[in-house]
Design a binder for this molecule. Structure first.
Ligand code: LLP
Length: 454
């Protein structure tokens, strides 16, 4: 997160903190913890300014970090034909997607909605891959009409559905089968996808039969193999172990005459939230090159978190403090509807004072306004006692932050801002109350009943 740094308020400008995990840069200076007299900036803009002018809660993304992460990933695979299809589920704001597509990036989509966003953001259809176990006919039709690179198929019934739609439209659907290599990704069980017991893909043992069945269909053309074994991987071995199996399958398929042009490696490279030490993209590249290089295929990557996670934070305001016999609570204006990761996965997100103080330290739960015990952003966190009105930044929130947010408790969703140098841009306005009810309707019979019963 080199672009989220504390600087002296007079502008003496401390430099990089260098804790941006997957895409660490060689030059690492400055500090990630601030002291009184400094404040937290995103690039050249103080977060307090954005919080004051746009309001809170607000997601703030650094354009510079997003694009640097993309380039670091891209350069790691220099010399091998490859496409980087940003996993839009991590962050689907069209401005974020545009930042990547402008650098030649594609998109990994999992719904008609993400496809719509990708096209709106100017992603070339020939760089869009489409995964997910439950594609509907309508979604399949939209993707075929757009002319995407390939469908990553998760089941035989889905394959038949795609064949059917393609036949109706008079086109050939380009496909890869998602294979499940039965490798333990060693990550949180909810985000581990490459084990036999998971719902994803077809087992690698059955894959050959499935490929033969696919090839026999009239409106489908086999072009690749897809795998994705999980998310927030912090070790290289699961990538290597699974890709060895996938490469072996690719070799067998090729020897039988299948036109395997693409190996889709999936996403999953982890980032540093606290003290994880995930491999750098260059380390991943070094490990998997020898496994895949001789296949002569174009590699497709679907990174999400590693590109966006540490490029964003969620800025929230302290509303109240309260202490019980058991605990201290800091009540802030962002809740689990804004950032669900802490409660859903017991995920750790660092919380920083936007304007550091030298208030005494204590331990507190940072909680939101939602009526659920699970509504917390941090538990038993050591922090300086903040004042009401103070801004806190919840770090590493650029991936699976806004995209997983909801309107629960009828809370309008947060605004999103992109910073570029000394300027910032609202890339999604804060929702208002009218947004909450737009699309809802009170049927006439209820109005009539109410009038009658009144
Ligand atoms: N490709 C496929 C087929 C996927 O299912 C995913 C993530 C990705 C790529 C991108 O994975 P990444 O590079 O971001 O690890 N909501 C969870 C993460 C769920 C990931 C689901 N699939 C979280 O907040 O940790």
């Amino acid at each position: 997160m080199d672009d989220f740094i504390y600087r002296g308020r007079a502008g003496e400008g401390l430099e990089n903190t260098g804790n941006d995990a997957g895409a660490r840069q060689p030059v690492v200076r400055g500090r990630s913890t601030g002291s009184a007299g400094e404040e937290l900036f995103c690039e050249g803009v103080p977060l307090s300014r954005i919080a004051r002018e746009v309001g809170t809660p607000v997601y703030v993304y650094s354009y510079n970090t997003l694009t640097r992460h993309f380039k670091v990933f891209d350069e790691a695979f220099d010399g091998i034909p490859h496409v980087i299809c940003f996993a839009m589920k991590a962050n689907s704001n069209i401005a974020v997607v545009k930042a990547f597509s402008a650098l030649g990036g594609g998109a990994d989509v999992v719904s008609g909605g993400e496809l719509f966003r990708a096209l709106k953001a100017g992603v070339e259809p020939s760089k869009i891959v489409y995964a997910g176990v439950g594609k509907t006919e309508r979604e399949i039709e939209a993707a075929l009409t757009a002319g995407i690179l390939m469908f990553n198929i998760e089941s035989q019934e889905e394959l038949l559905a795609i064949d059917g739609v393609a036949g109706r439209l008079g086109v050939k659907a380009l496909i890869a089968l998602r294979v499940n290599p039965d490798v333990d990704a060693k990550t949180h069980p909810y985000i581990s996808t490459g084990l036999k017991k998971n719902k994803f893909g077809v087992s690698i043992e059955q894959a050959m039969d499935e490929y033969e069945r696919a090839e026999a269909l009239p409106n489908v053309k086999v072009v690749g193999i897809h795998q994705h074994i999980g998310s927030q991987l912090t070790e290289i071995s699961p990538f290597v172990d699974s890709l060895k199996k996938t490469a072996e399958l690719a070799r067998r398929l090729k020897s039988k005459g299948f036109g395997i042009k693409y190996i889709d490696v999936g996403g999953g490279l982890g980032i540093r939230y606290l003290n994880e030490k995930p491999p750098l993209p260059s380390e991943l590249a070094r490990a998997i090159r020898p496994v895949l290089e001789d296949l002569g295929c174009t590699l497709v990557f679907e990174p999400g978190r590693v590109l966006a996670g540490n490029a964003g934070c969620l800025v929230t305001k302290v509303l109240y403090r309260k202490s019980t016999a058991e605990k201290n609570f800091i009540i802030v204006d962002a809740g689990m509807n804004d950032l669900v990761r802490p409660t859903l996965y017991q995920a750790y997100h660092e919380i920083k004072q936007v304007v550091p103080t030298d208030a005494p330290e204590f331990s507190a739960d940072v909680v939101g306004p939602i009526c659920e015990t699970g509504d917390f952003l941090a538990k038993d966190r050591a922090m300086r006692v903040p004042q009401p009105g103070e801004f806190l930044a919840v770090m590493s929130a650029g991936a699976y932050g806004f995209t997983m947010s909801s309107n629960y408790n009828s809370r309008p969703r947060a605004a999103e801002v992109m910073v570029d140098g000394d300027g910032y841009y609202i890339i999604r306005r804060r929702e208002d109350y009218e947004d909450l009810v737009s699309g809802e309707e009170i049927p006439e019979f209820l109005e009539e009943k109410a009038a009658r019963d009144a």
